[in-house]
Design a binder for this molecule. Structure first.
Ligand code: ATP
Length: 139
């Protein structure tokens, strides 16, 4: 019988850096087709991610990191998240996110043919999730 582990490795990687690498008890992440709860010894899996906060529990304490899409692979008791950008609450610049939100809202409001609506919607989602992450989970 395969050995069972009490924790699972969480790796969050962006093009700029390895943002997080921890052994955790539980991970909750929003995939494009719904929420995924991942415990140690989870079966292999690949999923595309939404722009959403990812939660992880470590020795009874819940923490959060916002991931801005990308994908997740579960393999060999390791969850690897590859995402364009990821920020913990303390690393989020709220003023910058508020400015990005206003910019995106203005673009969506104008609805000119020069505006890439999908791009503006994604920018708005990133800004909203960053603001929400600090408001709800910043310590
Ligand atoms: P902005 O228009 O403010 O650049 P954006 O959503 O277009 O926002 P991204 O392309 O998602 O930005 O991210 C580019 C880089 O900037 C990433 O490294 C990301 O972590 C960082 N970043 C973006 N917004 C913030 C923020 N509000 N606070 C801290 N880091 C941020």
């Amino acid at each position: 019988m395969a050995e069972t582990e009490k924790t699972i490795r969480l790796e969050v990687i962006t093009p700029d850096a390895s943002v997080l690498h921890k052994d955790v008890d539980f991970i909750l992440v929003r995939a494009l087709d719904g929420d995924l709860g991942i415990m140690p010894n989870h079966a292999p899996l690949i999923a595309s991610l939404d722009i959403w906060p990812l939660f992880y529990d470590e020795q009874g304490q819940r923490s959060c990191i916002t991931v801005t899409s990308g994908f997740l692979e579960v393999s060999n008791n390791t969850v690897t998240i590859i995402t364009p950008a990821a920020e913990t609450p303390e690393n989020i610049d709220v003023e910058r996110a508020e400015a990005a939100k206003e910019r995106a809202e203005k673009r969506l409001h104008v609805k000119s043919q020069d505006i890439d609506v999908h791009r503006a919607e994604l920018a708005l989602q990133r800004a909203l999730r960053r603001i929400e992450t600090v408001e709800k989970y910043g310590r």
